[in-house]
Design a binder for this molecule. Structure first.
Ligand code: SF4
Ligand code: SF4
Length: 92
């Protein structure tokens, strides 16, 4: 029951994650100076919110980002940060 409710809140009919299902007060951003363009974050992002060209800095589409945090965990170059939506400061 609870699982069904959560699924309907966070996913579209086709099973893909909804854009910004939760209006969390933070956002994810890729630091273009640290990003190596390795493609890992793009591969793990189920919302297909990350784009870029290999070897160059990738970017996150905030309209598509569901704020799951998966990309940040996988980036071995620590190029992805969670920032406070209002102050822009890094948020734990
Ligand atoms: S995983 Fe990190 S280094 Fe690789 S493309 Fe994504 S942000 Fe850039
Ligand atoms: S936090 Fe990262 S992995 Fe999660 S939806 Fe946003 S861009 Fe994709």
């Amino acid at each position: 029951m609870l699982k069904d409710i959560l699924s309907r809140l966070t996913k579209n009919a086709d099973g893909k994650p909804k854009s910004n299902p939760v209006r969390a007060p933070y956002r994810y951003q890729i630091n273009s100076e640290k990003c190596r363009g390795c493609d890992k974050c793009k591969k793990v992002c189920k919302a297909e919110a990350i784009s870029g060209e290999r070897g160059k800095a990738y970017v996150i589409d905030e309209e598509k980002c569901t704020k799951c945090g998966t990309c940040m965990k996988w980036c071995k170059y620590k190029a992805i940060q969670r920032l406070d939506m209002y102050s822009g400061e890094p948020k734990q």
